[in-house]
Design a protein around this ligand. Structure first.
Ligand code: NAD
Length: 295
């Protein structure tokens, strides 16, 4: 049986270290990090995410500013709010919850967020900086995957990594981060041929395809570390849903060296890394060294 990579526990520890760093920041520099979260419309999943983000922000000792706008908010109004938040010194991080309603151009809004406050790391300038290896705000879920991998493996240098998925939110940024850590990276996607064979080469598999339980035991090299990013709700009979990842957990657990469960693996790391990004953004904006304890 493989080792379970307990993302929930790791994220709790990270959140505690962040909370301590926030206390130190406010004692030593009289600064409280502030995160603004903007939600447009009534998407139920987004409402849950926003509620959790705001709660955990407050629990970490940061200020949480929540903006809930109606689904018919115009692009102009939303851009106006983003501009106000860009200029508000109490706000160090801005997150506009995606997806936005169809009449609003997501890219335009995301790229209006000040680069220094873009705690989701989706601004085109932060994406560019990540790809050329400059310091930037890095997308939260990919950052969480790398923290779990480094915790399990230490040095990632020279490892063969296969990332399944090439989205801008997960697949591409996690690949860039693996490259930054000197892995040999293959990015697989829906047109990749012989995917099981490609995966069998890997010391590290990151599954982010959004296909329930697609990664099977015979895709995995014995001892490989498997990070399951997928969150899929499947019918478990009697109309009840249950969450599964992109990895067939029970089977892969017999082969992998270590594996993240779903839920309780990568998921909890995402909000913890959002808080981490907010702290990093605050430190950079006020000219304070980012504490080592959140590295
Ligand atoms: P996406 O739909 O934007 O991208 C999916 C990618 O997977 C695409 O690049 C596609 O080419 C590839 N793909 C699809 N089917 C494939 C197949 N059969 N074989 C190989 N590649 C295939 O999805 P996303 O936003 O990157 O999210 C991926 C998964 O991760 C989803 O399940 C999502 O819910 C989950 N997710 C989890 C978190 C978290 O916090 N844990 C955050 C973001 C996304």
């Amino acid at each position: 049986m493989s080792e379970v990579i307990d993302g929930k526990k790791f994220a709790e520890g990270l959140r505690q270290r962040i909370a301590q760093a926030v206390t130190d920041l406010s004692r030593q520099h009289r600064i409280t990090p502030g995160l603004a979260v903007v939600l447009v419309g009534e998407n139920p999943a987004s409402q849950v995410y926003v509620r959790n983000k705001s709660r955990q922000t407050r629990e970490a000792g940061m200020e949480s500013f929540e903006f809930r706008l109606s689904a018919d908010t115009s692009e102009h109004e939303l851009v106006g709010l983003v501009e106000r938040l860009n200029n508000d010194p109490k706000v160090h991080g801005i997150l506009v919850q995606l997806p936005l309603p169809g009449h609003i151009a997501e890219e335009k809004v995301v790229n209006m967020i000040s680069v220094e406050k873009d705690v989701d790391g989706f601004h085109v300038e932060n994406v560019g900086k990540l790809s050329i290896g400059e310091d930037s705000l890095v997308p939260c879920t990919p950052a969480g995957c790398i923290m779990l991998l480094k915790d399990r493996l230490g040095d990632l240098s020279g490892k063969r990594a296969v990332v399944i998925g090439r989205s801008n939110i997960v697949g591409k940024p996690v690949s860039m981060l693996l490259l930054r850590h000197h892995c040999t990276v293959t990015i697989a996607h829906s047109r990749t041929r012989n995917l099981p064979e490609v995966c069998r080469e890997a010391d590290i598999v990151v599954a982010a395809a959004g296909v329930p339980e697609m990664v099977k035991d015979d895709w995995i090299k014995p001892g490989a570390v498997v990070i399951d990013v997928g969150i899929n709700r499947v019918d478990s009979g009697e109309g009840k849903g249950r969450l599964v990842g992109d990895v067939d957990y029970e089977k892969v657990a017999d082969v992998a060296g270590a594996l993240t469960p779903v839920p309780g693996g990568v998921g909890p790391m995402t909000i913890a890394c959002l808080l981490r990004n907010t702290l990093i953004a605050t430190c950079r904006q006020v000219g304070v060294t980012v504490p080592d304890c959140i590295a």
